[in-house]
Design a protein around this ligand. Structure first.
Ligand code: ADP
Ligand code: MG
Length: 542
């Protein structure tokens, strides 16, 4: 009987797996699929430019073809892909330069570009066209397909040409996608990408031919992301096994010291004392799961120097401010940046937050009104989907907005921006649209947003006072003419017009003494009386 059953035994390639489970790559729903495609190409361009220290110029074109297909063309001015690797980079899953790196990059798994190619092929049967050069006098063009059975690229019509071309140009056709201008569509995605990447210039050409340019707001190239070693406290059993089995080290002891941050031979000795049954002289390749599990548990009992924090690359308050101004032109904004923290005991992260009020902020609802919006980012990448299951949304929802003069978050022109920065983003799924709501993370997000909210409250409070002053002034001015008249009659001297002029000046002076800012400060003092902040300036809500 077993022969019968096992006669069906087959092996799958990863490409076949994702072909069947494409929703795992973000290909579910027609609008979402299109945004995912744009996202994969654009994040690759940004990553490549960042690593090469190039100010990105990216063009994204979406065309509606007569056969119902949608054609996407993305071009960047990045470093390009070497001829030998272009097939693997664009047409082989789980292949890329960013694999297993503890580095703050957008891509991680090597399934972005190849996943997009796969989606094109399974929905239209067409190849991906590419052109790439490294600016060294030669460039290459060709067409690429994926052999799903073997997860290998097939390149056709390859041509070599002479010219100074540098960058990557890709073009592919898709079905089962739809173009619209909703909050989940490419336009919004690119707008938010531009917002958090003020050093990038992005040109978007939509199917009607209309062009939208998101100009560069800053010429500052972000510091090159730095690769760090994982900290022993941020590591799982499966990570250790994976790292150990691909290690070149001869002994387990040197593997630990060479692979992890803050791991000294002194620490190896401490572990030896705790785990005499493990032979630290053995080859890392022989490490068994059970042993790795024991090690991970023991790591938690040792004292470690905290992880390196300087690999984190936030956008920075000045850049965020410039970008917000550039894109939303808000009436008011406040930006906060907090110090790096650690989650799961060993993974450094940092939260940048901003609140922008008025101007083009907030979410346009279908009835035309405007409501509060949460702009979520992970390492500068906009997260448009799965807001409900995201730790960032949860954190913002638990804030009592009335304390900050926002009566109903859902009905105010306000945008809360959060950028979660880390070498490891704890996404909740392979679609990478939400981060897990771990306690340390949510708490840090709340504190960052509340910092900004306090500043906004000062502004709003000042605004209310200013409006009150205006109203009073108007009321008094209304009586001035009559008063001037009565005064001249009573006193029996003076000209009404002159007295009116003087009185008006008196009233104007009284009510214009306080500028908006001063009114804000006054409100702050009052606020401090009602609500003293605690010693470290951080506020916890009960
Ligand atoms: N625009 C680009 N410029 C330079 N290299 C690129 C570009 N797009 C993709 N690559 C290369 O192709 C690899 C695979 O890309 P991808 O499948 O999206 O995976 P990931 O981004 O997760 O590494 C990248 O790691 C990178 O080396
Ligand atoms: Mg990628």
């Amino acid at each position: 009987m077993a022969d019968g059953i096992f006669g069906q035994f087959r092996e799958h390639s990863i490409a076949e797996f994702f072909k069947k489970n494409r929703q795992m790559l973000g290909f579910s729903g027609k609008v979402r699929s299109l945004t995912t495609l744009v996202h994969e190409y654009v994040t690759n361009s940004l990553d490549a430019c960042e690593e090469a220290g190039i100010l990105p110029d990216i063009t994204v074109q979406i065309e509606q073809l007569d056969n119902g297909h949608i054609r996407i063309t993305v071009e960047d001015n990045g470093p390009g892909i070497p001829e030998k690797l272009v097939g693997k980079a664009l047409g082989q899953m789980l292949a890329g330069t960013k694999f297993n790196r503890y580095m703050q990059q957008r891509g991680q798994q090597g399934i972005g570009a190849s996943g997009a190619g796969m989606f094109s092929q399974i929905t239209t049967g067409r190849p991906v066209k590419f052109k790439t050069g490294q600016g060294d006098g030669k460039f290459y063009e060709g067409e690429l397909k994926i052999d799903f059975k073997s997860n290998k690229p097939i390149i056709e019509n390859k041509k070599e040409a002479d010219g100074p071309y540098r960058g990557l140009w890709v073009q592919a056709e898709f079905a089962e996608v739809k173009y619209d201008k909703s909050d989940y569509a490419p336009y919004e995605y690119l707008k938010r990408t531009a917002l958090m990447n003020p050093h990038a210039q992005i040109l978007f050409i939509e199917p009607t031919g209309e062009r939208f340019l998101f100009p560069r707001a800053s010429d500052l190239i972000p510091q090159k992301p730095q690769e760090i070693q994982p900290h022993p406290l941020g590591i799982t059993t499966s990570d250790i096994v994976e790292f150990a089995h691909s290690s070149q080290d001869r002994k387990l002891s040197s593997f630990f010291v060479n692979t992890f941050s803050r791991f000294s031979y002194g620490k190896v000795e401490e572990l030896k004392a705790l785990l005499p049954e493990i032979n630290f002289e053995m080859a890392p390749k022989e490490l068994k799961w059970e042993q790795a599990e024991q090690l991970v548990n023991r790591f938690k009992e040792l004292r470690w120097v905290s992880p390196e924090m300087d690999a984190l690359r936030p956008v920075g308050p000045e850049q965020v401010e410039k970008a917000l101004k550039n894109i939303y032109n808000p009436e008011f904004m406040a930006v906060t940046e907090r110090k790096p923290k650690v989650f799961r005991g060993g993974i450094p992260f940092m939260v940048e937050a901003a609140i922008a009020y008025g101007g083009g902020t907030g979410r346009r609802k279908t009835d035309g009104s405007v409501g509060g919006d949460i702009l979520r980012f992970a390492n500068r990448v906009p997260l448009l989907f799965d807001a409900g299951g995201c730790g960032m949304t949860d954190a913002v929802k638990t804030i009592d907005w009335r304390r900050y003069d926002i009566k109903n978050f859902e009905n105010e022109p306000v945008s809360v921006l959060i950028n979660f920065v880390s070498v490891h983003v704890p996404y909740t799924g392979a679609g990478k649209q939400a981060i897990s709501g771990e306690e340390e993370i949510e708490e840090e997000i709340r504190l960052a947003v509340m910092d900004a909210a306090r500043e906004m409250q000062r502004y709003l409070h000042g605004k209310v006072r200013e409006a009150g002053r205006e109203a009073k002034k108007k009321t008094i001015l209304r009586y001035i003419s009559q008063l001037a008249h009565d005064l001249t009659q009573l006193g029996g001297k003076g000209k009404p017009a002159e007295i009116e002029k003087k009185l008006t000046k008196m009233v104007e002076d009284k009510y214009s003494q306080l500028t908006l800012e001063e009114a804000g400060e006054e409100a702050e003092e009052e606020g401090a009386k009602e609500d003293p902040p605690n010693g470290n300036g951080e506020e916890k809500e009960e």
